[in-house]
Design a protein around this ligand. Structure first.
Ligand code: PMP
Length: 420
């Protein structure tokens, strides 16, 4: 029998090569107040890998021109790179075609676009948009703006004291008046991972369109919009290691085709005359004006970067960090975790008895530990816990257990300073 050389067996196939990953992110390698930076604010905006920085630099230095209009080589190259990024986005989200992907400024713009272009023309007085109490303001206010103008209202489904959605109460609120369901996939304030497949199934059974805010899901979780069956899904470039000012809206083909444009201008038309203008097919219809060409290319590079590492491995690593952080913080009785839903993502919101969240943020910063303090643009979620603010440590693929130690030690230092 012929002998076969087997590939080496790795002890832990899910483990990330953290030294190599950290070397990819130049922003991590610096001192803050003379201490090595411990960056635990990725839920607000993530650091950028060299692959993204290089893609931006190349796009500006080697192949920069406006897209779609030019016959010259640079314009054709820029157009190819821009459209390639759209195709990468479609693959990343599991869309059936790149035509279902609209470049937007971020999750906020995507939700405003759907509220204005999709919902507004379908809404009448007395109608409802069902969201949850844990939404980011960007998944509340755009719907309120549309609803208030038309005599409709935004209805929140309740959450429990762990920060988990009350799914039964959610289902009870789905009624004949519900014209839209829009739900966050992963909460930025609490880390809760919502059962979005179940939510979409409940809404679809009743013929209600669905939107998922995936701003916090994309850096941590594999997404498949076709398996989910949602009508709209959005991700934000800067949260997934890409540039700011760029994001993607997935819209199911039939939905996008049935929507009028959100903004008018160049690029989004079929023809223009003073008698009237006609719209280009989606997605161009929703991309009026010169787009954020280089941002889109950078986002494509970011999505390729995380895909190459593997979202399952990233999730396993972050869960390890989360459990380690929870274990270590449980040794400090003054610390109370806000958001303890089962299966949550690696976002640790907390309050410290006797110390304001902003003071925690400032004291930790002096130790080089970057966390966020405030309501995290999710005031109703934080108020549910009777609070105005929390401190929040959020983890990404590049964080380490020793950074968790840095966080816990810095909180210990704050306890000493305040004598609590
Ligand atoms: N939704 C969630 C859950 C978020 O965390 C954020 C950003 N903090 C947004 C929406 C808004 O995203 P963007 O910055 O892309 O507008």
């Amino acid at each position: 029998m012929e002998s076969v050389t087997l590939p080496p067996i790795h002890e832990d196939r899910s483990a990330l090569d953290l030294a190599a990953i950290r070397a990819d992110f130049p922003g991590l390698n610096q001192l803050v107040h003379g201490k090595p930076l411990v960056f635990l604010d990725s839920a607000a905006s993530a650091q950028k890998p060299r692959a993204v920085i290089d893609a931006l630099s190349d796009a500006y230095t080697k192949n920069y021109a406006n897209v779609h209009r030019g016959v010259h080589t640079l314009s054709q190259n820029a157009t190819t790179a821009y459209e390639n990024a759209r195709a990468v986005g479609a693959r990343f989200l599991g869309a059936s075609s790149a035509d279902e992907m609209v470049f937007v400024r971020g999750a906020t713009e995507a939700i405003n676009l759907v509220a204005q272009s999709f919902l507004a023309p379908r809404l009448t007085a007395g109608d409802e948009v069902l969201v949850t109490r844990m939404e980011h303001h960007s998944n509340i206010v755009p719907w309120q703006m549309v609803c208030e103008a038309l005599g409709a209202r935004v209805v929140p489904a309740p959450i429990d004291d762990h920060g988990a959605l009350d799914l039964d109460a959610f289902e009870q609120r789905l009624g004949p008046r519900t014209k839209m369901v829009s739900v966050v996939h992963v909460s930025n304030a609490l880390g809760t991972v919502n059962p979005v497949a179940e939510i979409v199934r409940m809404a679809r059974e009743r013929g209600i369109p669905t939107m998922i805010d995936g701003a916090q899901a994309a850096p941590h979780t594999a997404i498949d919009v076709q398996a989910l069956g949602c009508d709209f899904y959005t991700i934000s470039g800067h949260k997934v290691f890409g540039p700011t000012g760029i994001g993607l809206l997935y819209g199911r083909r039939e939905r996008l085709a049935d929507m009028a444009p959100y903004q008018g201008g160049g690029e989004m038309i079929q023809s223009v005359s003073f008698e009237g203008s006609s719209w280009a097919p989606p997605p161009s219809r929703f991309e009026a004006g010169t787009p954020h060409i280089v941002g889109a290319i950078g986002l494509g590079a970011a999505l390729e970067y995380v895909s190459a590492i593997g979202l399952d491995r990233i999730a396993a690593h972050e869960h390890d960090l989360l459990h380690y952080a929870e274990e270590r913080l449980s040794t400090l009785p003054q610390v109370r975790l806000i958001g303890t839903a089962p299966g949550k993502a690696a976002v640790v919101s907390f309050v410290v008895e006797g110390i304001h969240a902003h003071d925690i943020g400032t004291i930790l910063d002096a130790e080089g530990v970057a966390v966020r303090a405030g309501h995290h643009c999710a005031q109703p979620a934080i108020e549910h816990f009777g609070l105005a603010a929390t401190a929040r440590a959020s983890f990404a693929l590049y964080n380490t257990r020793s950074e968790v130690d840095g966080l816990v030690d810095a909180i210990g230092g704050a306890l000493e300073i305040f004598g609590v």
